[in-house]
Design a protein around this ligand. Sequence first.
Ligand code: MN
Ligand code: MN
Length: 296
Amino acid sequence: MDDDVREKYLKAGKIGSMARELGRELVVEGASFREVADSIEFKIEQQGGKVAFPVNIAVDNIAAHFTPTSVDTQVFKKGMLAKIDVGAHVDGYIADSTFTKEVGTNRWHELIKASTEALEAAIDVTKPGIRAKEIGGAVERTIEAYGYTPITNLTGHSLRRYNLHAGLSIPNIMDGSDDIVKEGDAIAIEPFATNGAGRVAGRKSGNIYRMMRKRDTDDPQLNELIGKIYDEFRGLPFSERWVARQVKKPKPVLRKLFRSGIVTTYPVLLEIEKGMVSQAEHTIIVTEKGCEVTTR
Ligand code: MN
Ligand code: MN
């Protein structure tokens, strides 16, 4: 990896972790989802980074891919198990990290520990030449030692410039793949632990968007927005909250973009037995002898 690329990953990591830690302070009983997401994203921009994907707020049995809209009215309630997933980038080089926090109670302490310890175990074993499934094995053993189940159909992933899922998957179990981790790879490792079945399924509607192809429509105003989305996100995910800052009526505009195949949405992912879900995540760069965590 080039020095200047590494510098950008490290800078994004620092920005992402500071924004994430702000989020940890803001997630308290009564705080609104929208304000938490907006504040974290604002913090990223304030520090000279860009938002790599909308802040994901996934509570309880929701595992991932929910972000509040501009009209969301939800607040954090006592006892909620909140996963806050934060993405920042510098010039396309992404930092992806997550914390889980229980709001005002201490019921899920061990479930949270299962995923954070699994992440540390994964970081400990990661070095050039290791198979991705061996990292998954470390995650699986750690989570199972706590009496919980890893989520098998969610994985970590390699990162490339403006590319959040660059090909290599890091499973949360010892699966059947033989992919090998190489020096210079940038990877997000993200163990999920649950007291449910250990699988997620998508709910049709999603409010995180991604532009699939940049193409003009018969509506010049819409085309202006399409250009803006492309320039701002370059294929990375974006939120309705962002669109609501550009146009007066975001809903019909997004519906039109969706129907014309220009944007797609990510379905919200729920644990199939409605199990509670915890998640921990860091971004790492694989170095000569091990790895360097960018998002500490
Ligand atoms: Mn993430
Ligand atoms: Mn990730």
